[in-house]
Every structure is written in C-alpha cells, then in structure tokens.
Design a protein. Structure first.
Length: 57
C-alpha cells in the first residue's frame, strides 16, 4: 500500500514536470516570436528612414 502511494505520487510529480516543461517551452516560443516581430518592425522602420534620408540628398 505505502509503496503504491509513493509510486502514484512519483508519477503525478513526473506528469506535472512534463506539463510545466511544455508550458515553459511554449511561452519561450511566444517570447521569441514577439522579439522577432519587434526586430522585423524596427529593421523596416530603419530601412524606411535610410530611404527617406537618401531621397533628401
């Protein structure tokens, strides 16, 4: 009985760790996507500014 409770508790702990791992992984992927989007926006703005500056010369 006691050994079975320990095994059940260990399995539950492992499931929670797997769930946490997936949530962290998904959140990091979301953050990375947001950083890439921000970088892309900044690069486009920088390119547009350089184009404007070259047109004024």
């Amino acid at each position: 009985m006691r050994q079975r409770d320990i095994a059940d508790g260990l399995e539950e702990k492992n499931e929670l760790i797997r769930e946490l791992y997936h949530r962290v992984k998904n959140n990091l992927q979301l953050v990375l996507s947001m950083i890439r989007l921000t970088l892309s926006t900044l690069l486009r703005a920088s390119t547009a500014e350089k184009d404007r500056q070259s047109n004024h010369r």
